[in-house]
Design a protein around this ligand. Sequence first.
Ligand code: FES
Length: 244
Amino acid sequence: MHPCISYNKSMKTHTAVIHRTTSQMGMYSITLVVDGSLAFTPGQYLAANMQDDRSAVLPEILYIEKVFGREVTLCPRTLDGWRPGQAVFYRGPLGKGVRIPQFSKWMALISLDDNPARMLSLAAYGSENGLDMVMAGDWVANAKISGDIPASIELAPLSQIQELTSWADFIFFDVPHSQLQSLGKLTQSIPALLRPGFAQVLIHTPMPCIGIAECGICAVKTRRGYILACQDGPVFDLLEISFL
Ligand code: FES
């Protein structure tokens, strides 16, 4: 049995209500009203089901964008049928989030996906703490997405990653599991990315059981063997990942 399984079996399920949905980056962000307060680290997620959708066996994985009082806003994504007033069950915050370097001043947020939504919580942290930030990816050419990025954050195409590596003191990647090999090629062409403590990666991967059944579908190959993104991630140190 995986050592974390007892922890996950004790995960509590909570109930919340969808307060509003907001069009953002060409998708919808959902704001829940929860009981009490919810503390989270950028990169952590909720596993949620609509209360009245009995056909949905697997939870939706919803990354947290921000928390304001009892309101929890989730990163934009496509979710059919989720409407204000509906009740949802959720567990979380789950997983391990970003370990932000204490003295970071220049942060580059680079998404290899076609949408940087999962990086919004870290961008909000950077804004609150006065960090200079650049967000980069091929998605910057899409005005529907880039138009919703705060004006205080500079945008850059992925082709400028070499320059960003020289400028930043911390780099955060958002990478779908299917694009891990692309990230591996980047680390080969820019060895400076592998400086200790310099870069972390959110690996976006299906997490159907969130650790409860140890399905292994979310496993990520690391230098210490395969580990589960649902529990030991989804944020990893770049140095930890094995691209072999
Ligand atoms: S072990 Fe099943 S989702 Fe991680």
